[in-house]
Design a protein around this ligand. Structure first.
Ligand SMILES: [Zn+2]
Length: 217
């Protein structure tokens, strides 16, 4: 299956992508991983991407599209893939269509993870991270530490990351609305969009998505 996963920041997209890819036995292709891999391997696209990033500029779509196409060419992606973070705007979506059409392929579904906006803000802005170990993650409401501001695991101080502040989250949501949401309409016109309510336990959301893909048990 060839799937695109979309959803606002805070919808648990990365987590769902990992579970779905595993259940469907297809590679999980995330933009973050693509950038890290290309840059660490020093590929021409990685070098180009890095030059933009080092200058504090946005990486042009052509570079991102090139990385995604290279990855989709790899043998493990021959039977399908799950794209996460790509395409993130209409230009990228059209490029993906062009690429697939050229290969005589098409997408099977676009999974749209849906969460109410205030819930997204609450989830992200409530996050507290341990200064000693960033894998120690708490939440002021959903996963409270025993003592406020102190990590249960190691006693480290808990803090809120700059990226997690409410104003920052609202800004990221605005970017999502203006740039990424239009691709949902674009794909809806192709009859590909399946909307999955993404509130609730991770396993429940995965089950909803598998059911929607006709791969439920
Ligand atoms: Zn800790």
């Amino acid at each position: 299956m060839r799937i695109v996963l979309v959803g606002p920041p805070g919808a648990g997209k990365g987590t769902q992508a990992a579970y779905l890819a595993k259940n469907l036995a297809i590679p999980h292709i995330s933009t973050g991983d693509l950038f890290r891999a290309n840059i660490s391997q020093g590929t021409p696209l990685g070098v180009e991407a890095k030059s933009y990033m080092d200058a504090g500029n946005l990486v042009p779509d052509s570079v991102t599209i090139g990385m995604a196409e290279d990855r989709m060419e790899q043998s493990d992606a021959a039977g399908g893939f799950l794209l996460d973070g790509f395409p993130r705007n209409i230009g990228q979506a059209k490029a993906l269509d062009g690429y697939l059409t050229g290969k005589g392929l098409k997408l099977d579904a676009v999974l749209d993870l849906e969460v109410p906006e205030d819930e997204v803000v609450k989830r992200i802005a409530g996050r507290r991270i341990c200064r000693k170990d960033s894998s120690h993650v708490f939440h002021v409401e959903y996963n409270k530490p025993a003592a406020e501001g102190v990590c249960d695991a190691c006693g480290g101080e808990l803090y809120q990351r700059e990226d997690d502040r409410e104003e920052t989250v609202r800004k990221r949501l605005e970017v999502y609305h203006s740039e990424t949401e239009p691709i949902i309409d674009y794909y809806r016109a192709q009859g590909l969009v399946v909307t999955i309510p993404a509130l609730g336990k991770v396993a429940e959301v995965t089950r909803r998505a598998m059911d929607a893909l006709g791969r439920g048990e």
